[in-house]
Design a protein around this ligand. Structure first.
Ligand SMILES: [Zn+2]
Length: 327
């Protein structure tokens, strides 16, 4: 393998590649949810000590961002949250596990550790809506996707508290994104930023009917060269899964903010239906038999996009890069 992991920092006292030993996360697949929520708080630290991300640094021209993976709710906020919030049901469950192949293709991975119920890292820090005129969750949401209150009455964050969360969690995550994009651009003329998401396939409050299985977003073509998106989509042709480009989800803040094809940064958001690899109802179990079928397709999609990225790079960049599947 030509892309070797040159640095895998143990952030926050021992996070591992699988994330399983991270004291801030808990094994949802092994614990009843209420116990898991309790456990997460038992392991909480003062907010100032919580790392908002886990960074797995590698050298391929590929950065995978997973901004809604986090399940940590700081201890000092716990009492303000409602009973309904404790399922953390809008988490992008298990995506660290789904994207474990990232190590084999040399991808840098940025995993969020803090729950989107605390702050949504895929929204602008200014709080502006991603989808004006439509129901969309905000920087510090106050309702679940299904409309249940996240906070007890009168405890939703005010502007000062939102600013505090921006400073503690949002800014560090985006500083890491900026730094990794700059680092990889030093190594490669073109890079791919893959913003990884998953969502329940049916959410009447947010969209009608069922979502396509794979929802690619490129800010309506602004965040990524067409040939690279075509490379990603190619893996879905002649498969059992449905897909769309720039449908209901055209890319969140990260895709829009960082995608800049003219500067060699190509950003694609993939919003997958959770039904492809897990149970969409609590306790949100990983389904190995489903995942075994779909993970190779996700990988092929990323590799297809990556090949197109590499074709855009001029030697010596291109000559240095060989995907494992090409060896
Ligand atoms: Zn998401």
């Amino acid at each position: 393998m030509l892309f070797r992991s040159v640095e895998v920092p143990a952030i926050d006292g021992g996070a591992t590649e699988a994330g399983c030993d991270d004291p801030l996360t808990f094994a949802a697949t092994r614990l009843p949810l209420q116990a898991a929520f309790e456990r997460s708080h038992l392991h909480s630290r003062p907010m100032s000590q919580v790392q908002p991300y886990e960074l797995l640094r590698r050298n391929a021209p590929l950065l995978i961002s997973i901004p809604h993976l986090g399940r940590h709710v700081p201890a000092d906020l716990r009492d303000s949250y409602s009973v309904e919030s404790q399922l953390l049901e809008d988490t992008d469950w298990h995506l660290d596990r789904l994207y474990q192949f990232a190590a084999e293709i040399g991808a840098t991975v940025l995993n969020a550790t803090v729950s989107r119920y605390v702050i949504d890292l895929n929204r602008a820090a200014t709080g502006e809506s991603l989808y004006p005129g439509m129901i969309a969750t905000s920087l510090c949401p106050t309702e679940t996707f299904r409309g249940a209150p996240l906070y007890k009455t009168g405890t939703a964050p005010n502007s000062a508290e939102i600013s505090r969360r921006v400073d503690l969690y949002w800014r560090p995550y985006h500083a890491a994104l900026n730094e990794e994009i700059a680092r990889l651009r030093q190594l490669h003329a073109h890079i791919l930023l893959w913003d990884a998401h998953s969502i329940a396939s049916v959410l009447p409050r947010l969209f009608s009917g069922s979502l396509p299985d794979f929802n690619f977003g490129t800010a309506d073509g602004q965040s990524c060269d067409e040939a690279i998106v075509a490379g990603a989509v190619e893996a879905l042709r002649d498969t059992q899964w449905s897909w769309v480009v720039n449908g209901r989800f055209s890319g969140g803040f990260i895709t829009r903010r960082y995608g800049d094809p003219g500067s060699g940064v190509h950003a694609i958001q993939l919003e997958m239906c959770q039904s492809l690899y897990m149970d969409e109802d609590a306790p949100f179990q990983w389904r190995s038999e489903l995942a075994a079928a779909v993970v190779p397709v996700v990988r092929a999609s990323i590799e297809g996009a990556l090949r197109s990225v590499m074709e855009k790079s001029t030697p010596p960049h291109k000559a240095d890069i060989v995907l494992p599947s090409q060896l």
